[in-house]
Design a protein around this ligand. Structure first.
Ligand code: AOF
Ligand code: ZN
Length: 340
C-alpha cells in the first residue's frame, strides 16, 4: 500500500493536533493531543490536555479505554518522563501495556524530557518526528519559551498612522475604536502575564484585565507585572486585580523574564508604554509585535517606540509581517523580527 509522506500515522497525528487545540494556550503547559489506535489503525479513544494541574493528553486518552494493551498511542509531544503536578506519561503508557508510541516533537523540558528513551527501555516501539513541522509550528511559542527558559514576549501598542501614542497633553484614550480594543482584550486573555512600566501605572491607573464586550471578565486572567522601581499606589485599580500583582522593583529585563518563567509564565504581553517597549526591542527581547494603527495623525514627539540607538538606515530592525487585518476603521498588524 502507498504510504502518505508522513507515513502510516500522519492522519492520526493530524487528528491529535486538531484536538490538542481544544486545550488552553495559557497556563504554562503546552497544548497536547493523543489518540489511541487499535492494530487495524482504527481510532479507539482520544484525549487532550486541559491545562496545568489536569491530566496529560496520554492519561486522558488512556482513561477512556478499558484495556489499552497492544494499542498504539499517537501523541503530538513526546510523553513526559517526570512527576510534575501529575505523574509521568511514560510510566502510564508502560503500565497500560501499549505496544507502540508515535510522537511528533521532543519535549525540551529539562525535567520532563526522556520519555521516548524510557518507553524504549520498557520494550515499546517508539517513533518520533511524525508531522514534526506542523506540530513544531503549532507549539512554537511554548517550545521557544522552554528552550530559552524565558517567556515569549509580545510587544503591543496602539498608535496613529504616524506612530504616535499620545497627544501633547499626554491624553491617549482612545486612539483606536472598539473592535480593536476588543481584540486587545482577547490578546490579553491569550497571554499569561501583562507587563507595563511603573510610569504607565501612575499615569493611566490601568485595570489590565481581559474583558468581554459587556465588560465581563474573560475566564482566566493574565498576571499583571509592573516593571520599574516606583511602587503601585495603594488606591490603584491594579491592587484589586483578580490574578494578583507582581511588582519587579527593577528594570533588569533578563532577571524579570527568568523570574516570570519560574512562575509558569510562558507568554508576556508588553502593553505600555514607549519606554518599556523600547527597552524590550533594544535588548532583542521582543519576539512578536502586535500593532494597532488608527487612521489619524497626531504629530509631535510621543512615539510608540523611543530611541533605539540606530545610527543609520541599514541597521533598521526589519520585521516580517505575519498578518494584516481591518478592525472597524483600524488596522491590526502582527510581525516578528526578521531572522538574519
Ligand atoms: C505530556 N502530555 O499532555 C502534556 C505534557 O506539571 P505537569 O505534570 O502538568 O507537567 C507539565 C510538563 O509536562 C510540561 O512542562 C511539558 O514538559 C509536559 N507536558 N506532556 O506528556 C501532555 N501537557
Ligand atoms: Zn505527561
Amino acid at each position: 500500500m502507498q504510504q502518505p509522506p508522513e507515513g502510516r500515522y500522519g492522519d492520526a497525528m493530524r487528528h491529535a493536533l486538531d484536538i490538542a487545540a481544544r486545550g488552553p494556550v495559557t497556563g504554562g503547559n503546552p497544548q497536547v493531543g493523543c489518540v489511541l489506535l487499535d492494530a487495524d489503525g482504527t481510532l479507539v479513544a482520544e484525549g487532550w490536555h486541559r491545562g496545568a494541574g489536569t491530566a496529560h493528553a496520554e492519561v486522558d486518552a488512556l482513561s477512556r479505554v478499558a484495556d489499552a494493551r497492544g494499542l498504539t498511542a499517537v501523541v503530538t509531544l513526546e510523553p513526559c518522563n517526570h512527576t510534575g503536578r501529575t505523574g509521568p506519561c511514560s510510566e502510564a503508557l508502560i503500565a497500560a501495556g501499549v505496544a507502540r508510541v508515535v510522537y511528533a516533537v521532543s519535549d525540551p523540558g529539562e525535567n520532563s524530557r526522556g520519555g521516548a528513551d524510557r518507553l524504549r527501555e520498557a520494550g515499546i516501539e517508539v517513533t518520533g518526528g511524525v508531522l514534526a513541522d506542523e506540530v513544531s509550528q503549532f507549539l512554537e511559542v511554548w517550545l521557544t519559551a522552554v528552550r530559552r527558559a524565558r517567556p515569549w514576549v509580545t510587544v503591543k501598542w496602539a498608535s496613529t498612522l504616524d506612530g504616535r501614542v499620545a497627544a501633547a497633553d499626554g491624553s491617549s484614550r482612545w486612539i483606536t475604536g472598539t473592535a480593536a480594543r476588543q481584540r486587545v482584550h482577547e490578546e490579553r486573555a491569550a497571554h499569561d502575564a501583562i507587563a507595563v512600566g511603573s510610569g504607565t501605572v501612575l499615569a493611566d491607573d490601568p485595570e489590565l484585565t481581559a474583558r468581554g464586550e459587556a465588560g465581563e471578565l474573560l475566564g482566566r486572567q493574565p498576571l499583571p507585572v509592573v516593571i520599574g522601581e516606583r511602587p503601585v499606589p495603594d488606591g490603584a485599580k491594579l491592587r484589586r486585580h483578580p490574578a494578583g500583582l507582581v511588582e519587579t522593583g527593577t528594570r533588569d529585563l533578563d532577571r524579570i523574564l527568568t523570574d516570570l518563567y519560574s512562575r509558569g509564565v510562558r507568554r508576556v504581553y508588553v502593553e505600555g508604554g514607549p519606554i518599556l517597549a523600547s527597552a524590550f526591542v533594544a535588548a532583542g527581547l521582543a519576539d512578536e509585535f502586535s500593532i494597532y494603527l488608527a487612521p489619524a495623525l497626531l504629530g509631535g514627539p510621543k512615539l510608540a517606540i523611543g530611541d533605539l540607538g540606530i545610527p543609520t538606515i541599514t541597521e533598521a530592525r526589519r520585521l516580517r509581517l505575519l498578518s494584516i487585518e481591518s478592525l472597524g476603521d483600524d488596522l491590526h498588524l502582527t510581525a516578528r523580527p526578521q531572522e538574519d
